[in-house]
Design a protein around this ligand. Structure first.
Ligand SMILES: *Cc1c(COP(=O)(O)O)cnc(C)c1O
Length: 411
């Protein structure tokens, strides 16, 4: 490759969060100067003679410049050494788990994990020989007690959890993972890298459903794995490329099993990432107003938001998060009233998913967490989950006021 004077190379490592989100991996296009990374909607690349790859590009499952830009940006915002972008959050999780685990291994999962994560672990990986124990992660001692020495190879952490907004102490669990020789994975979807940096707290890998806050506009499904600098496979395991580096194994599987993010999806996700910090600040502020409104409302039984001083995880959350996030859950006292609230909102849209600019409401028991009914992960049937968006907060509060009244939960 000839050197192009238009190409900028700058080390963004020491820049602030938004500077990294906007610039890392996103130098202006060397040929045209285009300020935004182009969508390289292409499957294959011309070779300059057999094996003469330009910049290493051969085939888009193995490498694509738009996906590479996203991966570099995600690694930069999470403080990781490398990132790998996938077609969905679950594809990212599946690839990571199959890179790390072998038949006969055991993993620890949160007892209120995202339902799809639990389904993957229990019903897809289970039949392939992976054993799991659901653990209440707010108690680091319970994690320690669940570790099976020599067998537990992954500790999976979600914090805040979905939908109960439990908080796990990442640094405390990292100590246990290290002494057990297990890989500590944190699903950072709910917090986003702006609010929480698990790698700095000792995680070996972070996973994201970029569908949520990182994409941020409810217009793309995607996922990512970010690995820490120097992260290793579980003690004693050599990966498919002959090294013990976690990143090498994940990179190999990303190509070998192929659940990659497409170029347009990668581009949309990158576009969302640029505004993550300003969106999260507004999500936090609106969620705080909504949580305080619900606490004051006599028709509401219990409000779950880690920013409330009475939340059991408040202190840990205040220590490890920059803000408490945009997810709020509350209990109405009966399944009927919870379902009625979900059906009565006008600004909050009744839908699964979360993290977009628009506010969403859902009934986890019958919607997102239907797949874990009857398991250790079953959620209370009077729970309502809100993904508080970035609309004008007065409109959100007025909408909740009328929906609670319509559900018979009046003042
Ligand atoms: C949505 C979600 C996932 C799964 O991601 P998809 O992009 O839907 O595959 C995993 N973890 C959490 C916490 C989620 O909210």
């Amino acid at each position: 490759m000839t050197h192009d004077p238009l190409a900028q190379t700058h080390d963004w490592t020491d820049s602030g969060f938004s500077t990294r989100a906007i610039h890392a991996g996103q130098d202006p296009d060397p040929r045209t100067g285009a300020v935004v990374t182009p969508i390289h909607q292409v499957s294959t690349y011309k070779q300059d003679g057999v094996g003469g790859l330009r910049d290493g590009y051969e085939y888009s499952r193995s490498g694509n410049p738009t996906r590479d830009a996203l991966q570099e940006a995600l690694a930069a915002v999470e403080g990781g050494a490398a990132a790998f972008a996938f077609a969905s959050g679950l594809a990212a999780e599946d690839t990571l788990l199959r890179a790390v685990l072998r038949p006969g291994d055991h993993m620890i999962v949160p007892d209120d994990a995202y339902g799809g994560t639990y389904r993957l672990v229990a019903r897809v990986l289970g039949p392939w020989g992976i054993d799991h124990t659901p653990v209440h992660l707010s108690d680091p001692d319970a994690v320690l007690a669940a570790i099976q020495p020599g067998r537990t190879k992954v500790i999976w952490v979600e914090t805040p959890t979905n939908p109960l907004l439990g908080i796990a102490d990442i640094a405390a669990i990292a100590t246990h993972a290290r002494s057990a020789g297990a890989v500590l994975v944190v699903d950072n979807t709910f917090a986003s890298p702006y609010l929480q940096q698990p790698i700095a707290l000792g995680a070996d890998a972070v996973v994201h459903s970029t569908t949520k806050y990182i994409g941020g506009h409810s217009d793309v499904v995607g996922g990512a794995v970010v690995v820490a600098d120097g992260a290793q496979l579980p003690a004693g395991l050599e990966g498919p490329t002959g090294t013990t580096a976690l990143g090498d194994a994940v990179g190999f599987l990303q190509n070998a099993s192929g659940a990659v993010a497409g170029p347009f999806d990668a581009w949309l996700t990158l576009r969302g990432l640029k505004t993550l910090a300003v969106r999260m600040d507004r999500h936090n502020a609106n969620a705080e107003a909504v949580a305080r409104f619900l606490v004051e409302h006599p028709g509401v039984r219990e409000v779950l938001w880690p920013g409330l001083p009475e939340h059991p995880g408040h202190e840990v959350a205040a220590r490890q998060m920059r803000g408490f996030g945009g997810m709020v859950a509350f209990r109405t006292g009966s399944a009927e009233s919870a379902v009625a609230v979900c059906g009565a909102t006008r600004v909050f849209t009744l839908a699964e998913s979360l993290g977009g600019v628009e506010s969403l409401v859902e009934h986890p028991g019958r919607m997102t967490h239907g797949s874990v009914a009857g398991t250790a992960l079953e959620v209370p049937d009077d729970l309502v989950r809100l993904s508080v968006g970035i609309e004008d907060v007065e409109d959100l509060l007025a909408d909740l006021e009328q929906a609670l009244a319509a559900a018979g939960l009046s003042r």
